[in-house]
Design a protein around this ligand. Structure first.
Ligand code: DQA
Length: 147
């Protein structure tokens, strides 16, 4: 990725993230999904990046979107939700798209249920940002901006 060029970033939200604002605020805060997306677009704009946002509750739809991103985007920010912990199909899609992908979590997945401590997608991502609430997404934008 050329740091002089305007970067095109795809943000992908996985299952249940569309219910942000209603999900347990102790883990996910109070900001609604619509508001979060507005904030992501604002931050991307401030960083001089173009940004597109996609959400799906379906594994195959997420894979389709990642495959389509292949020649169109410079980087991807992915919160795969619970798929993080067991979807080898999403892991393969990340590896195959050959784009820098930042794994994001709103909550600190290491400090929750045991099954959340394992990410099967982490090895094919350039890095993971977790536990900073919705700021995790903004930090991920910054990480991609700095590449
Ligand atoms: C999450 C953490 C996952 O374990 C969980 O299944 C989610 C959200 C997060 O952003 O903290 O749905 O990815």
């Amino acid at each position: 990725m050329n740091s002089q060029m305007i970067k095109k970033v795809l943000v992908v939200h996985g299952p249940n993230l569309n219910l942000l604002g209603e999900r347990d605020p102790a883990f996910y805060g109070n900001v609604t999904f619509a508001k979060l997306n507005e904030m992501i677009l604002d931050r991307a704009d401030a960083l001089g990046m173009q940004c597109e946002i996609f959400q799906s509750n379906h594994e195959g739809a997420i894979i389709d979107r990642l495959q389509a991103a292949r020649n169109t985007f410079d980087g991807v920010i992915l919160n795969a939700g619970a798929y993080t912990h067991y979807s080898y199909a999403i892991r393969d899609a990340i590896a195959d798209m050959q784009l820098p992908c930042v794994e994001v979590h709103i909550s600190n997945v290491q400090a929750r249920d045991d099954f959340r401590a394992k990410s099967v997608i982490a090895p094919v991502c350039i890095g993971t940002i977790a536990g900073f609430g919705i700021n995790s997404y903004f930090l991920a934008l910054q990480a991609l901006a700095m590449l």
